[in-house]
Ligand binder design. Structure first.
Ligand code: UT7
Length: 337
């Protein structure tokens, strides 16, 4: 049998403060009704002043490690991959600090930046390092705090994005075990780089000289084209991956897609010929948590009994870059965090 990375732990963390649509409507020209009907979101969590991405990543990582220990005795992880587009600082990466604070010793630790696709990219990276024999056990975290980069007066992005972190533990195992990552489909299209962006703070703004406009430090998104591209690419990527792993849409039990908008989830479900109950959704409670979105949706679906051992599951993400990616696995018997 061939060596594979097997999912054996799952966890997550949210900041304490939840912000309801009504609260947002008290600050901005928006309404609970608009946000609910256009996005499906009711509430999102935001970090407190001074609370950083690493704080959520450490909490989610500890939760996933505890879940892995309850599922089966596991040795320490020897790799940490953190997907984030809101690192604690531009340099260095946030992952080494997270590994250190989790007491994991001198393990390799690095960040992956693919915005909302970050978790799938990180999962593919860690899985490949395990199948190549470079690592035996990996902690893969998706964590973002987009509330720290949103324009306070932009009602669209403030309605959608929330902060959070989700994490999984992978161990070396066999491809025919439940939990084995069976394949990936990954892609990008840099011609859409301006659709989801923070203009300032990188080498481009610095090299062209002059101070950046204040607004250039905020996150911006061109919602309509992003919506269309999200549906197109998550559907296509899921379909291509299913063909590669030998599944027909009828074989699929659940799709866990990036939680950006309930209308996007329904459109992807329609493209894949799925019923609504097959589409995992927790965005009503957490909003779009970027790299944390898929692992937090997994955690909530496992806790709610929606994801059951033996389910054939496709994870699919889409985000800035543009980037997209999907992963397939048979859901294992996990003790969730
Ligand atoms: O996570 C990475 C991937 N991101 C996504 O997948 C997000 C994809 N995009 C979307 O989910 C949707 O495009 C949005 C939720 C961002 C926007 O929804 P929409 O139905 O596409 O709205 P729109 O941008 O076309 O705007 C329609 C109207 C506009 O008003 P006018 O110009 O028609 O008068 C907006 O100004 O809705 C207005 N609007 C709002 N109104 C009340 C936009 N945001 C709000 C708001 N409250 N929060």
């Amino acid at each position: 049998m061939s060596r594979a990375a097997v999912l054996c732990g799952l966890g997550g963390a949210l900041p304490t403060t939840a912000v309801s649509n009504e609260e947002l409507a008290g600050q901005l020209d928006t309404s609970d009704q608009w946000i609910r009907t256009r996005t499906g979101i009711r509430s999102r969590h935001v970090v407190a002043p001074g609370e950083a991405t690493s704080d959520l990543a450490v909490a989610a990582g500890a939760d996933a490690l505890a879940s892995a220990r309850r599922t089966a005795p596991v040795a320490d992880v020897d790799l940490v991959v953190l997907a984030t587009s809101t690192p604690d600082r531009p340099c260095p990466a946030t992952a080494p600090d997270v590994a250190h604070r989790l007491g994991l010793g001198p393990v390799p630790a690095f960040d992956v930046a693919a915005v909302c696709t970050g978790f799938v990219y990180a999962l593919a990276t860690a899985s490949s390092m395990i199948t190549a024999g470079v690592s035996e056990r990996a902690l893969v975290i998706g964590a973002d705090t987009f509330s720290t980069i949103l324009d306070p007066v932009d009602r669209t992005t403030r309605a959608i994005f929330g902060d959070g972190a989700g994490a999984v533990v992978l161990r070396a195992g066999e491809a025919d075990e439940p939990g084995a990552l069976l394949g990936f489909d990954l892609g990008s299209d840099g011609s859409g780089a301006d659709l989801i962006t923070v203009r300032a703070g990188g080498s481009r703004q610095r090299s062209t000289g002059g101070p950046a406009d204040a607004g250039d430090h905020f996150f911006t998104m061109d919602g309509r084209p992003v919506f269309t591209q999200a549906v197109l690419n998550m559907s296509r990527s899921s379909q291509e991956l299913m063909e590669r792993v030998g599944w027909t849409p009828a074989d699929l039990d659940k799709v866990v897609a990036h939680q950006a908008n309930i209308r996007i989830l329904h459109a992807v479900g329609e493209q894949l010929g799925l019923e609504e109950k097959q589409i995992v959704a927790n965005l009503d409670r957490v909003g779009n948590t970027v790299a944390a979105s898929i692992p937090l949706a997994l955690r909530d679906a496992a806790a709610d009994g929606e994801l059951l051992p033996g389910h054939r599951v496709v994870l699919t993400g889409f985000g800035g870059g543009l980037t997209w990616g999907s992963a397939a696995l048979v859901w294992p018997d996990l003790a969730a965090g």
